[in-house]
Design a protein around this ligand. Structure first.
Ligand code: NI
Length: 226
């Protein structure tokens, strides 16, 4: 599933994060890359252990927890502490896949990367290029969203970021270990949840609301790990 989650952050939150990001110290992005992806990667990143990264990352996690669309689509078990990158002057990230398992730096915790997420901190008119290109079974998708919006896509997909030829592209990126590991099963649950929500809005007293909600939870119970 490839899903846009709009307005994860408010305009005020984006503006405040941008101030922090613009003043931060940036280092070579290859510090967190795996073997293959280090060859393809050319960008800048915040170090994971700096205060700015932790503070902004925590704000993102809080926003996600109260975002019903994100929660319904990702069914998160663990979210990797958000990382931050910056592309400018022709920088890009060639075709790669994300590592299946990520260790949270300085901890014994590991996250299986079921879903990848990119949260945009620059608006599309601030830079040229910089599209996130995701290849899945349905084809090739080009993603460039307004600041504060997030894209969720299967971490199993091959993807790349096109060169940024003007301006600066700031973003946060991270991974989610879902309670439902399989993308197909998770997508079925999401589609069912969306349909139930719509039915509850349109016909809250319809007897199918209870039956379908029961079906949702019984499927979740069958497929979820906690
Ligand atoms: Ni990637």
């Amino acid at each position: 599933m490839l899903l846009q989650v709009p307005d994860v952050l408010t305009a005020d939150q984006v503006a405040s994060c941008r101030k922090t990001l613009e003043a931060a110290e940036w280092v070579d992005g290859r510090i967190t890359a795996g073997h293959q992806s280090a060859r393809a990667k050319n960008n800048l990143q915040l170090r994971e252990d700096v205060d700015e990264a932790k503070q902004l990352g925590d704000a993102i996690l809080v926003a996600l927890e109260s975002n019903p669309l994100f929660m319904s689509a990702a069914l998160p078990l663990k979210v990797f502490p958000p990382l931050f990158n910056r592309y400018q002057d022709g920088q890009s990230f060639g075709n790669h896949v994300d590592n299946a398992i990520r260790q949270v730096a300085g901890t014994p915790h590991r996250v299986r990367t079921d879903l990848s997420a990119t949260l945009f901190f620059s608006n599309p008119d601030e830079y040229d290029g910089g599209e996130l290109i995701v290849e899945d079974t349905y084809g090739v998708h080009s993603v460039k969203l307004p600041a504060g919006h997030l894209i969720l896509y299967p971490a199993s997909s091959v993807h790349h970021v096109r060169p940024v030829t003007r301006g600066v592209r700031f973003a946060s990126f991270f991974w989610i270990q879902s309670m439902v590991r399989d993308d197909g099963e998770r997508t079925l649950l999401f589609d069912l949840d969306v349909a139930i929500q719509r039915l509850m809005n349109d016909a809250p007293d319809h007897r199918s609301v209870v039956e379908l909600t029961s079906l949702y939870h019984n499927l979740l119970r069958r497929w979820a790990d906690t």
